[in-house]
Design a protein. Structure first.
Length: 474
């Protein structure tokens, strides 16, 4: 092989040595030598591009190439000869992509035509931006430019990069490309626009609606009405809405269904937070800066800043010191605590018809559990007598509770047995057997206060008999 592997070409034969050694020139030896030359020449790179290298070439001092052109770069990619580096002016390097100049590197830094990566500050006016650029910009579909705005726009706007002339800046929305409205470009903002063949479209800051596809909006901004949405645009829409201001409120979160608003969560201009129901047009929950929390469209449940709960009202009844506390106190043994107001009532109890049927009241030293017994509300009144048979039938018992740790003992009556004798003293439960842990759907219960009239009647009869016996003994 003519090359030795390190780039040195070696001849096969030496004709001077052959002469000294008496070796004649023969056709076969000459063909072998010529074949070596041919192999060596075939391994070289031809200047007209006939050959392709088969390995990386280690150039020691760089490569000198011609300038090339935008359509035929001097350094290109095999298979894509219109993409690569070229030069038009001394001191710069340009990059072409598929025959289009996309970037220029010069002594001042990187300047692009497809994406002008500059922070040049605009001149002109608020709606007619003028931006100086290095060199002559190329305008094609997809050409992207960037500038720093010196003014906030107040309406439809244009921009002129270098010598391109004033071109409209549009925003892309659900209804297509439309002119800007005031406030969509702010002073000091870095603005990016892209040419669509007739106008520049605003890329950033985002204006109007940008959708990731036809169903879901990844980010929607409408500067003119101070709205910013994150969410979906289809059925069962959940949007986070930032600074969506109406006449009296700021919406922070909105739930919509098929484009119809259902719920809002936000803050009013009086700094009251609310949950608004579009179905009945009312706030379901409000919380004001004073610490008052109100629940229900009719404002029927209120917690005030002092921790007091008001149901179906928001004013104190019975004095400022009345309160109800639910929880465990510092001693760990209280579940519910209540303090009576000036009328001494802890609780008033009403029937399903709305009639007062009982109460819990207090004095300075005791608590009363009161049930309705108003004479004015009763008729067919008769004395309770002949109760002896029922008293005799009662069977007081002692017992131990099942399913309770320690099986504590107790005294009293068995509700099912008592129901056979004095049914009004028993609340009837179900008849299903208890579970392994003692659970039942509805327990039978005894109201022991209902036994008192029978006991009183029996005592009166006993007193009468005792009086008769005492009279006979005198």
């Amino acid at each position: 092989m003519p090359y030795n592997g390190t780039g040195t070409f070696n001849r096969v034969y030496n004709w001077v040595n052959d002469k000294a050694n008496g070796i004649n020139i023969t056709a076969s030896r000459f063909d072998t030598e010529d074949s070596g030359f041919a192999t060596g020449l075939s391994t070289c790179i031809t200047k007209d591009g006939q050959q392709t290298t088969t390995a990386s070439i280690p150039f020691a001092v760089g490569i000198n190439v011609n300038q090339g052109s935008v359509s035929s770069p001097s350094i290109a990619i095999t298979g894509d000869l219109s993409t690569g580096f070229y030069q038009t002016t001394s001191g710069e390097i340009r990059f072409a992509s598929e025959g289009v100049n996309t970037a220029t590197l010069n002594a001042t830094g990187l300047v692009t035509t497809q994406f002008t990566q500059t922070t040049n500050t605009s001149t002109g006016s608020s709606n007619a931006y003028v931006v100086a650029v290095t060199g002559t910009p190329t305008l094609a579909v997809g050409s992207t430019f960037q500038f720093k705005a010196s003014f906030a726009n107040t309406g439809a706007a244009t921009v002129n990069f270098g010598t391109l002339g004033a071109i409209n800046i549009y925003k892309q929305g659900a209804s297509g490309a439309t002119a800007l409205i005031g406030g969509e470009i702010e002073s000091g903002q870095l603005v990016t626009v892209k040419y669509d063949g007739s106008e520049f479209q605003l890329v950033s800051p985002v204006a109007g609606s940008i959708s990731s596809n036809g169903t879901y909006a990844a980010y929607v901004v409408q500067a003119g009405s101070s709205q910013a949405y994150f969410g979906s645009t289809g059925t069962n829409q959940c949007n986070v809405v930032a600074d969506c201001q109406t006449a009296s409120q700021y919406v922070v979160y909105r739930y919509t269904d098929a484009g119809t608003s259902k719920w809002d969560m936000g803050k009013s201009n009086t700094n009251t937070w609310y949950l608004y129901d579009y179905g009945n047009g009312k706030n379901q929950i409000t919380a004001n800066p004073s610490g008052n929390l109100t629940l229900g469209a009719a404002q029927t449940c209120n917690f005030d800043q002092n921790g007091r709960l008001f149901i179906n009202g928001s004013s104190v009844i019975g004095g400022e010191n009345a309160w109800v506390q639910v929880g465990v106190n510092s001693s760990g043994n209280t579940a519910i605590a209540a303090r009576a107001g000036t009328n001494n009532y802890i609780m008033n109890i009403y029937s399903n018809a709305g009639t007062a049927v009982g109460s819990i009241s207090t004095t300075s030293s005791a608590t009363s559990f009161n049930t309705s017994s108003d004479k004015r509300l009763k008729n067919n009144v008769a004395a309770l007598d002949n109760v002896g048979a029922k008293i005799d039938a009662l069977t007081p018992v002692t017992y131990n509770w099942q399913y309770i740790e320690g099986n504590p003992s107790g005294t009293g009556f068995l509700a099912q047995d008592l129901h056979e004798i004095i049914p009004e003293a028993v609340f009837v439960g179900d008849n299903e057997p208890p579970t392994e842990s003692g659970g039942v759907a509805q327990r039978w219960s005894v109201d022991y206060s209902k036994l008192v009239p029978y006991l009183v009647a029996e005592i009166k009869e006993l007193r009468q008999r005792v009086a008769l016996l005492e009279a006979k003994g005198k």
